[in-house]
Design a protein around this ligand. Structure first.
Ligand SMILES: [Zn+2]
Ligand SMILES: [Zn+2]
Length: 414
């Protein structure tokens, strides 16, 4: 019988795993400098949490959620994104009683039942961050500068920052109405999804990728023309901070994001190298969501970074680092095998990556193995070496070689 992984999921193993680990390490360093602390939420939640937050009429909730009843008949969903669980956690544990802002980051698998295609997975990995308790646009700018630092540290180039403000509950109804009026005589030309969106959430028509819809909305009213005074000031201050921080950006008035909970600032980071599906990070404010979850009014902002895309960018730019053992111990004869095992153990105890050759392998094949592993050194140990108390060493990079007393081998690798 042959088994294979499910459609749309993927295994991650060496050498790719090293790129994943490097990204995670840089994320932790950069995010810590901005005061974000790690949050680990479960991958399963009550279905209701996602319907309430993401929105009943969104693609995620309508088509893409992995939802199933558990044995007690509760409706469970594999998390399709990380913001709703973070908000649930923040409210459930009364973290709003702690000093603001509370800043969290997380990484892990998310699940969406999408049609598998290049770069899209049903289990995919995201790194996300959420900051609770600050309404000022300063934190919006800090978040973008954190993302810039992250991508700079990773060595990614050709990045664009797109920003927008989609207003608040005060000014959005006016914009919604203007969109409904504008689209009212164009309905026939829209795709099926947009026809439905027209009644339920006309803003989402701005998100549609279908060419006919893109054309029909070319002259649609712009959200930035409908912002109330407070939203306008918030957006302008945010833009001025971006300028102070030298973060090049463009305003994209069509960027409304596909989720219901966003308010005011939305943003996307795109990368020219990735073609059509080029967003590598996206997020925005969700000033009303904590209250929707039963907490006190709490402004908040967050984003998610798609790991698969980052890793594929780093791989294509040759940024993949593959570690190799520092030493391979090639043993000849029974006593050599035993002594080699002991030496390897002591080296490992000091944190040195040591590999062993194995019984039945000739010295020649053990040396070949050292080459294939790109080991730094080979140590050769057999009856002669044990009798003389001296080991032969060879450095593979320049073929230099020599001898050292067995007792000094640990200092040799310091
Ligand atoms: Zn407003
Ligand atoms: Zn459409």
């Amino acid at each position: 019988m042959k088994y294979s992984a499910l459609k749309g999921v993927h295994d991650i193993f060496p050498p790719d795993i090293y790129t994943w680990q490097r990204v995670e390490e840089v994320v932790e360093n950069v995010f810590s400098a901005y005061g974000f602390q790690e949050l680990r939420a479960p991958v399963i939640e009550s279905t209701e949490i996602f319907i309430r937050s993401i929105g009943e009429t969104t693609d995620i909730v309508e088509k893409e959620m992995y939802t199933f009843p558990d044995k007690a008949g509760r409706r469970i969903t594999l998390r399709p994104e990380g913001t709703a669980p973070a908000v649930r956690c923040y409210v459930e544990h009364h973290l709003y009683n702690l000093p603001s802002p509370q800043k969290f980051f997380y990484s892990g698998p998310m699940f969406r039942y999408e049609r598998p295609q290049a770069g899209r997975f049903r289990q995919f990995f995201q790194i996300g961050a959420e900051a609770f308790g600050v309404a000022e646009p300063k934190i919006d700018a800090e978040i973008l500068s954190m993302l810039r630092l992250l991508f700079e540290r990773l060595g990614l180039q050709g990045l664009n920052f797109e920003v927008n403000s989609i207003g608040c509950e005060k000014c959005r109804p006016g914009y919604r109405k203007a969109l409904i009026d504008f689209f009212s005589d164009k309905l026939d030309g829209f795709c099926l999804d947009c026809k439905r969106r027209y009644d339920q959430n006309p803003l989402r028509i701005l998100d549609c990728k279908v060419e006919a819809c893109v054309k029909l909305r070319a002259d649609a009213p712009r959200v930035t023309d409908f912002l109330c005074d407070e939203c306008k000031e918030h957006f302008n201050t945010f833009l001025s901070y971006l300028k102070s921080l030298d973060i090049p950006h463009i305003i994209n008035p069509n960027m409304v994001r596909g989720l219901d909970y966003y308010t005011r600032t939305t943003f996307e980071v795109t990368c020219e190298d990735l073609g059509a599906q080029n967003a590598i990070a996206a997020g925005g404010r969700y000033d009303g969501l904590v209250e929707d979850f039963g907490g006190p009014p709490t402004p908040a902002i967050g984003f998610a970074v798609g790991m698969e895309r980052i890793v594929s960018l780093l791989k294509s730019s040759g940024g993949q680092h593959i570690p190799s053992p520092e030493v391979l111990i090639a043993a000849v004869g029974q006593s050599g095998e035993r002594e080699g095992l002991v030496i390897a153990n002591r080296l490992r105890d000091k944190g040195i990556w040591a590999e062993l050759g194995y019984a039945g392998n000739s010295l020649k094949s053990q040396l070949r193995k050292a080459d294939r592993l790109a080991a730094g050194y080979v140590l050769i140990i057999g009856d002669d070496e044990i009798a003389s108390g001296r080991l032969k060493w060879k450095r593979l990079s320049d073929s230099s070689q020599g001898e050292i007393p067995i007792a000094e081998v640990y200092d040799f690798f310091k």
